[in-house]
Design a protein around this ligand. Structure first.
Ligand SMILES: [Zn+2]
Length: 124
C-alpha cells in the first residue's frame, strides 16, 4: 500500500524530473505541510534545502550563516545546510525568516535582508 504523503511527493518529483534533489534542512524527506507555521516561534515546520550531493557540486557564493533584516536591524543565524544552499544557489529561496520579527519576508534585489557585515542583499 502506498502511503498518501509518499504518493504526493512522487507526483511532485514526476512533474520536474530535471530538478535537483531536495530534502528538509535536517536531511529528512520533504513532507506535505512542511510550510505550516509553528505558532511557538513563527517558523515553518520544515525548510527545504538542496540535497547533500547537490551542495557538494560547489558554491557560487561564500557560505554565510547570518543575515540582517534592514527593517528591524535584527540578525538571524541559520544552520549549515541552509547556508550551503544559499551558497550553491543564491536564488533558491524567495523569502527568509527574521527571528526578531518572527516572520518571513522576501529576499532578492528588492528584498529586505543583507548578509551580516555587508551591504550585499540576500538572494542575489
Ligand atoms: Zn526583522
Amino acid at each position: 500500500m502506498i502511503h498518501s504523503s509518499h504518493a504526493a511527493l512522487v507526483e511532485e518529483v514526476a512533474k520536474a524530473p530535471d530538478e535537483p534533489r531536495k530534502t528538509l534542512s535536517d536531511g529528512t524527506q520533504i513532507f506535505p505541510g512542511h510550510r505550516e507555521i509553528d505558532p511557538r516561534n513563527g517558523q515553518q515546520l520544515g525548510y527545504v534545502v538542496l540535497a547533500e550531493e547537490e551542495r557538494a557540486k560547489g558554491f557560487v557564493r561564500p557560505v554565510r550563516h547570518s543575515y540582517r533584516h534592514l527593517k528591524c536591524g535584527g540578525v538571524t543565524t541559520m544552520g549549515q545546510t541552509l547556508a550551503e544552499t544559499y551558497a550553491r544557489d543564491p536564488y533558491f529561496y524567495s523569502g527568509t525568516f527574521c527571528c526578531h520579527c518572527r516572520a518571513h519576508f522576501p529576499v532578492g534585489e528588492d528584498g529586505g535582508f543583507v548578509w551580516a557585515g555587508t551591504n550585499e542583499k540576500v538572494g542575489t
